[in-house]
Design a protein around this ligand. Sequence first.
Ligand code: HEC
Length: 128
Amino acid sequence: MFRRFCRVKAIAVAMVPLALASCSATETVSFANDVKPVLDQYCLECHQPGGAGFEASGLDMSSYQGIMKGTRNGPMVIAGDSMGSNLLVLMEGRADPSIKMPHGGAIEVPASEIQTIKAWIDQGAQNN
Ligand code: HEC
């Protein structure tokens, strides 16, 4: 009896993020107007030629092309797959917290901004 209750509860909790994701997916996110300003504010300082993040990983976030090109380890944005995109894995702290982005831990990207980037990736990561 108790085990069964737990299972139902776990399913209900798991569905909350799904519901949120499908809400935010109804509006089309623009790379130029919605995504780039967030990345410029929180990431660009280190992720352009001369910055620590660019020097260490090769990730140049000064342009759409640079963002889609990714790093020496491969693409960081996989169009349509926010769960598998390392850019988001790192922003959400799903990898080791020591490599959460922005690097250093002083600044946090607000959850609403992360949702915007997530929706943009899930909508196909277009240069729109
Ligand atoms: C204070 C500097 C700094 C800021 C700001 C910063 N990064 Fe980084 N980033 C780094 C460094 C340094 C690395 C190299 C990996 C490491 O040392 O952890 C890196 C690596 C990465 C990588 C590549 C990981 C890999 O597997 O090659 C991604 C993706 C990334 N950053 C995304 C972001 C995003 C998205 C933001 C903004 C939300 C951001 N970074 C902000 C410094 C920074």
